[in-house]
Design a protein around this ligand. Structure first.
Ligand SMILES: NC(=O)c1ccc[n+]([C@@H]2O[C@H](COP(=O)([O-])OP(=O)(O)OC[C@H]3O[C@@H](n4cnc5c(N)ncnc54)[C@H](OP(=O)(O)O)[C@@H]3O)[C@@H](O)[C@H]2O)c1
Length: 353
């Protein structure tokens, strides 16, 4: 066989998903494109890894519109950004060996080079010992888990007997926040987007109640439903969605309530910010609103992994994953996430471990 032909057969191909255009409103699969390029070998001080799981996170939509809140920038033609679990397959980096599993921002592609910045080595044996798959490093034992854990303990500060309300209650952030509050002795009420999600929140996550906001979408209905299940008012609200849900909660605050603003998913797909809710009820309730940015709490990551890992091992903490197979299916899975269609941590399995 001629030498050139052999080279082509040996060449590893890297499938990538690119931003095709900036979405207008909710993202569409047409906002993405794909291509294939040759895999490049690592230079000195670099390693090459193959992506196993790609995390799909709502904030990617904000990066797609180049929100100034995030350091990353995306232009049409760029590989989509994203956090991944990957396996090192070639290394010229002293700290990473072939076979290491790492948390690394490979983006939406099968292979990527890294110089080790911001990379976290995973310990599959440790994860195995708590019966948690590698993928949990992107969910409840990763950034979303830390958001729910630290945001609840440091900012919402639920006390025994208090009523704690959380929206997007079955996602990785919301289900963690709610379960942490429950473990702290609070009575937890979820808000979620389907009867199936609400049944899971009550049966599996042991929340006292869960309201399907889609069944309470007429003006004032959600506020009235909250009043029924939180007759003494809401002491702490962990807000993952903003919008009309936040307004409904504001009408039900207990004295000295704490509101943690974690996410505003509804607004991520809007080009101009929506009008804010009426803040009047905060005055009478002497309430506090706190903004949460998970990276302020990075130092608590080992503590969170230890605490939630132990709860998982003892069957006291539950989580769900919503896994889509194949990199090419990532755009559709992301569009589904941004419409609330996911049920559990949204992930794409790019390759088998
Ligand atoms: N502040 C921080 O540092 C930080 C860090 C990580 C995540 N976050 C934020 O935390 C929130 C939850 O993140 P997650 O990763 O756990 O996501 P997730 O809950 O798995 O997915 C987002 C969920 O939001 C709900 N939702 C409510 N209104 C929606 C709307 N108008 N459109 C689409 N979805 C809607 C849906 O659940 P339902 O069907 O139950 O409504 C959807 O499944 C997001 O807002 C995210 O940006 C913030």
């Amino acid at each position: 066989m001629p030498e050139r032909m052999l080279l082509q057969i040996d060449m590893k191909i890297n499938q990538r998903i690119l931003l095709a255009r900036t979405p207008q409103g909710l993202p569409l699969v047409e906002d993405f494109s794909s291509d294939e390029v040759a895999v490049v070998s690592p230079a000195d001080g670099q390693f090459l890894s193959r992506t196993i799981f790609l995390s799909l996170d709502p904030y990617y939509r904000n990066v797609m519109k180049n929100s100034p809140v995030y350091p990353e920038r995306l232009a049409p033609g760029d590989v989509m950004i994203g956090e991944t679990v990957a396996e090192v397959i070639e290394s010229c980096h002293a700290q990473y060996q072939v076979g290491d599993f790492v948390l690394v921002r490979n983006g939406w592609q099968q292979y990527a080079l890294s110089d080790g910045s911001g990379v976290h080595k995973l310990n599959p044996i440790e994860l195995d010992s708590i019966n948690a798959p590698l993928s949990t490093a992107l969910g409840v034992l990763g950034m979303p888990g830390l958001t729910g854990y630290a945001g609840t303990l440091a900012l919402a500060e639920p006390a025994v007997g208090e009523t704690f309300v959380v929206s997007a209650a079955t996602g990785p952030v919301g289900s963690t926040a709610g379960q942490v509050a429950r473990m702290a002795g609070a009575r937890v009420v979820g808000i979620a987007g389907s009867d199936e999600k609400c049944a899971y929140a009550v049966r599996e996550l042991n929340f006292a109640a869960c309201i399907n906001y889609k069944n309470n979408d007429k003006p004032g209905e959600l506020a009235r439903a909250l009043k029924r299940v939180c007759p003494d008012g809401i002491n702490a609200y962990f807000d993952n969605v903003g919008g009309t849900t936040l307004t409904a909660v504001l009408g039900n605050l207990a004295l000295h309530a704490r509101i943690v603003l974690c996410g505003m998913i509804e607004a991520y797909s809007m080009d101009t910010p929506p009008p804010g809710p009426f803040l009047g009820p905060l005055v009478g309730a002497r309430a506090t609103i706190k903004g949460l940015v998970v990276y302020d709490h990075s130092a608590r990551m080992p503590e969170m992994r230890q605490v939630i890992g132990t709860w998982i091992r003892h069957g006291q903490f539950h989580y769900r994953e919503d896994i889509t197979d194949g990199l090419l299916a990532a755009p559709a899975a992301f569009c589904r996430l941004m419409r609330g269609g996911n049920f559990g941590k949204a992930l794409v399995r790019v390759a088998d471990a």
